[in-house]
Every structure is written in C-alpha cells, then in structure tokens.
Design a protein around this ligand. Structure first.
Ligand SMILES: NC(=O)c1ccc[n+]([C@@H]2O[C@H](COP(=O)([O-])OP(=O)(O)OC[C@H]3O[C@@H](n4cnc5c(N)ncnc54)[C@H](OP(=O)(O)O)[C@@H]3O)[C@@H](O)[C@H]2O)c1
Length: 278
C-alpha cells in the first residue's frame, strides 16, 4: 500500500469540481488540507466553492481554471497555466464527464464526439501530461472516474458506457506500468447517483435515474479512501458491487438486456403504489 506523507504542501487537481462527485472530492481534499486546482466550465461556481473551502480550511492556495474539456486544446492549456504559476500537481482526479441518452441511430453525432473528447481524450491527455511529471518525481496519485457501466454494454447509452469501459481498462493498465514506482492509479466505478448527470444526459426519466440513487458524498468518500490506499479499482455501493460481479458470470447479451431495461423510460404504471394496483 503506497501512502503519501503529510499533505500541507500538496496540491490536487480535480476536473468537474463545480457539481456532483467533483464538488464532494473538493470538500474531502480541502478537509485534509490539500491545496486545490478546480477545473470546470462554471467559473463562478468554482470560485465560490474554492474560496469558501480555502477560508474554512486555511488552504495555502486555490487555483480556479475555467475550461471546457470538450475542447482538445484544454488539457495542454491547463498544464501550461499551472507550469507558469509553478504549481505542482501531486494528485490528479479525472472526474469531469457526461453522457447522452437515446438510440445511437437517433442521437447527435457531434454531441457523442464531444463526449468522447471529454470522457476519454481529455483524460488521456491530462494523464499523459501529469503522469510524466509524477514519474520524474517518483511520486503521485491519479483517480479516474469510471462507472459500473464500465463492466457492461449499455444500450441507449452506448457511447457513454464505451467511454467508461475505456477508462477502467486504461487506468488498470497504467497501474501495472508504474507498479514499481511510488505512483498509483485508481478507477472509481459508481452506479446511478444523485447528481446532475442523468438530467444533463436527458435520461432523468429512465428506470436507472428513477431508482435507488447513491449519494455523491458516499461515492466521493469511497473513491477518496481507495485513492489514498492506492487500490486499482473501487466499485462504490453494495448493489453495484453485485452488478459488477455479475458481469463476470453473465454473457454480455444478458447484461445488455438488463441495462436496456434500466435505461428505458420508466412507465407511469410502475410508479403506482401497491394499493392503487388492487
Ligand atoms: N451520476 C452518476 O450516476 C454517475 C455514475 C457513474 C459515473 N459517473 C461519472 O461521474 C463523473 C462526475 O459526474 P457527476 O455524476 O458528478 O455529474 P454532474 O453532476 O453532471 O457533474 C459533472 C461535472 O463535470 C463537469 N463538466 C461537464 N462537462 C464538462 C466540460 N465539457 N468541461 C469541463 N467540465 C465539464 C461539470 O461542470 P460544468 O458543467 O461547470 O462544466 C460538473 O462539474 C462523470 O465522469 C460521470 O460520467 C456518474
């Protein structure tokens, strides 16, 4: 188990820190006195969050970077900006991500290509830039937010699930590549959670979104603890662990059928109470 010592001078970069898991990660790192680099498109939300966490926890520095990670230039710009400021990133949390719901033959290709740039390419770019520096220092940690759908094909969210399968595979491969160094990579695999994700993916009426949702606080805590222990993978939540485990047993066609059911719109009849069905 590789642990980093003392973190008063350490800095974490969190993408997608303006909401959901990213916001909860920012709170957890701030509580443990990490300096923060917060990245998202909503600069004002980031400033409000970052500066209030700085005051509350007496952090040495907080850096707000308003950036759209669906632009291929953004990762290099973020890296260059931090180099210019002399800020070393000790921990990288690749959390920003988005999905789009619908049949692939009906959804907009441009949006899907943006999602691939955000969920996959920007993670590869940021990891390339910051991992090289971590290897040079022989110290660092990376947390990549994957998903429980990393383990299974997901009809009606086909591109999204495929991006998350990439993240899991990529993270675990790199974890092995650096196993003899003082560097760890961790993949966090949450299930359906109570963030803006489903609404933004136009999937808020699906069975998955209308079912039992994990709290972003719990998911971030699981990810944070696994990252600090240097675990290669953490599936957050008991039911999600069962679902991920089932992917080792069931054929992909059965997993796809189950996921399609989850990703279909929940009919009003399923919302009726048992009494009203009598
Ligand atoms: N919620 C779930 O059920 C669930 C389950 C498994 C995995 N995940 C994954 O968890 C991660 C966090 O999602 P969440 O659930 O916390 O969703 P969320 O509430 O929608 O938050 C997404 C975050 O990503 C940022 N973001 C989105 N597009 C961006 C862009 N183009 N450039 C920069 N930042 C961008 C958003 O900030 P701005 O809008 O300000 O840019 C926001 O801070 C994602 O990778 C998601 O795929 C979510």
């Amino acid at each position: 188990m590789k642990q980093m010592e003392g973190n008063n001078q350490k800095t974490v970069l969190i993408t997608g820190a303006s909401n959901g898991f990213g916001l909860e990660f920012a709170k957890l790192f701030a509580k443990d006195k990490y300096n923060l680099v917060l990245v998202a498109r909503s600069g004002d939300r980031l400033k409000k969050l970052g500066y209030s966490l700085q005051d509350e926890h007496q952090l040495e520095h907080v850096c707000i970077i308003q950036s759209d990670l669906a632009r291929p230039e953004s990762p290099q710009e973020i890296y260059d900006q931090l180099k210019q400021k002399g800020i070393t990133v000790d921990i990288l949390v690749n959390n920003a991500g988005a999905g789009i719901h619908g049949f692939f033959h009906e959804t907009e290709l441009d949006r899907e290509l943006e999602i691939i740039q955000l969920n996959v390419a920007s993670v590869v770019q940021l990891t390339k830039l910051f991992l090289k520096d971590m290897v040079a220092r022989n110290e660092g940690k990376i947390l990549n937010v994957a998903s429980v759908v990393s383990f299974m094909p997901s009809p009606l969210m086909a591109v999204y699930a495929a991006t998350k399968a990439f993240i899991l595979s990529f993270t675990e491969a790199l974890q092995n590549e650096v196993k003899d160094k003082n560097i760890t990579l961790t993949a966090l695999c949450p299930g359906a959670s109570d963030t803006l994700f489903f609404k933004r993916a136009e999937a808020e009426n699906t069975r998955a979104a209308q079912g039992q949702l994990s709290s972003p606080e719990d998911v971030a805590k699981d990810g944070y603890e696994a990252l600090m222990k240097g675990e290669s993978r953490i599936v957050s939540g008991v039911l999600n662990k069962v679902q991920a485990g089932a992917s080792n047993i069931l054929p992909d066609s059965a997993l796809a059928s189950t996921m399609r059911y989850q990703m279909e719109e929940k009919p009003a009849s399923e919302n009726r109470s048992p009494e009203s069905k009598l």
